[in-house]
Design a protein around this ligand. Structure first.
Ligand code: FES
Ligand SMILES: [Fe+2]
Length: 386
């Protein structure tokens, strides 16, 4: 049965943020809609897999499953990055799991071995197989690009280059020396029983600082001081400004790159590179949510924390790192609780469509993006921003 897009289209077609509504609740957890999202959004888009520092040396590999497809990101002996299938070309066994360093990826079943560039390097006992040519059995390669230290994959191979899609976003993050931020903590939050769009809705507004974060963020980064920033067809940015009187201190707001203006030290930049890369950052740190869709209303969530080059070089790095990890994880827990509660409410059968505050303008932008990608808006172009 096809998904009934009538109410979703009505939300996505709203062309002014002052008129914005929520999506209708039926979009959060529909198998039919999820199938369309896989085809039109996830397979066509750029999905972040890892950071470059997670494949730090020649011979590094990093395994990750996307939409049920087992992938491995590798750095071969010429330092070239690749995204390969993890399925052996003999009888499909998974070649590896986790991350590490290896000269070859050897299948545990019949010991075929593959170079980190994907070529089949060895296949025992195959000499009597007529016409068998190792060159025909390399691992499947997927299109990838590296942008600001993130390795992205595009499963259908047809997307416009990621640097083109995110050109306007690059201008926002470049002053931070963002490309050289280094991951200092990887955290996994397991399988979460809510839709990927609930995670985006939550991530892309600071209105809720006054709710779940009233004891953690609201005093220093009050909801009312947040605003939408630069927007493009494939990204939305948001600023969360620091309340007057707070110090510009480590680990969040300092130290930062010399290229930052004093104003940067008083605000947090939050952005989404559609559909899935969600980042919050300041002069001293950044964290990103890796949301892996598992199905309608089901995701796996990872949260990785990185520090800026200036913060990594500063004294008391360890202490600041620990403080950063604890604060971010505590805040993230507050977010997970509300996401779970919202999905539970939706599952109970609510039907109403709500109104959005001006502080939720990034959600309106997100719904416009969904409308464009799902083909709900005809030939409508990006609405004017500012
Ligand atoms: S399945 Fe990999 S070597 Fe047989
Ligand atoms: Fe939050």
């Amino acid at each position: 049965m096809a998904f009934d897009y009538t109410r979703m289209t009505a939300t996505c077609a709203i062309d002014s943020p002052a008129d914005a509504t929520t999506l209708p609740p039926e979009v959060y957890g529909s198998d039919e809609l999820y199938a369309d999202e896989v085809d039109r959004i996830f397979r066509r888009g750029w999905i972040p897999l890892c950071r470059m520092e997670q494949i730090p040396t020649d011979g590094s590999y990093y395994s990750i499953d996307i939409l049920g497809t087992p992938l491995v990101v590798t750095r071969d002996r010429h330092s070239e990055v690749r995204v390969l299938s993890r399925n052996c070309t003999h009888r499909w066994m998974e070649l590896c799991s986790g991350a590490g360093e290896a000269k070859v990826l050897q299948c545990p079943y019949h010991l075929w071995s593959f170079g980190l560039d994907g070529h089949l390097a060895g296949a025992p006992e195959m000499k009597q197989s007529n016409g068998f040519n190792r060159a025909d059995y390399g691992l499947k390669q997927f299109r990838h690009e590296v942008w600001k230290g993130f390795v992205f994959v595009n499963l259908d191979g047809q997307a416009t280059p990621v640097a083109e899609q995110l050109a306007g976003l690059a201008e926002q993050v470049d002053p931070y020396d963002f490309e050289n931020y280094q991951t200092v903590e990887h955290t996994e939050w397991g399988e979460c029983e809510w839709d990927w769009k609930i995670m985006v809705d939550n991530f892309m507004e600071c209105y809720h600082h006054m709710g779940p974060h009233r004891g953690s963020l609201e005093d220093e980064f009050p909801a009312h001081l947040s605003s939408t920033g630069e927007v493009g067809p494939y990204f939305t940015t948001m600023w969360s400004a620091q309340a007057p009187g707070y110090p510009i201190s480590a680990p969040f707001m300092a130290p930062g790159a010399d290229t930052l203006s004093p104003e940067h030290s008083r605000k947090t930049l939050i952005f989404i590179a559609y559909p899935l890369l969600q980042v919050a950052m300041g002069p001293g740190y950044m964290y990103w949510l890796k949301v892996l869709p598992l199905g309608a209303g089901r995701i796996e969530v990872h949260l990785d924390i990185a520090m800026s080059p200036a913060a990594l070089a500063a004294p008391e790095f360890e202490e600041r790192r620990n403080q950063l990890v604890k604060s971010i994880c505590d805040i993230h827990r507050e977010d997970l609780d509300v996401c779970a509660a919202v999905q539970k409410a939706i599952n109970s059968g609510v039907t109403g469509v709500g109104r959005l505050s001006h502080l939720e303008r990034p959600l309106w932008e997100f719904y416009r993006y969904l409308g464009r990608e799902l083909g709900l808006l005809g030939t409508t172009t990006l609405a004017s921003t500012g």
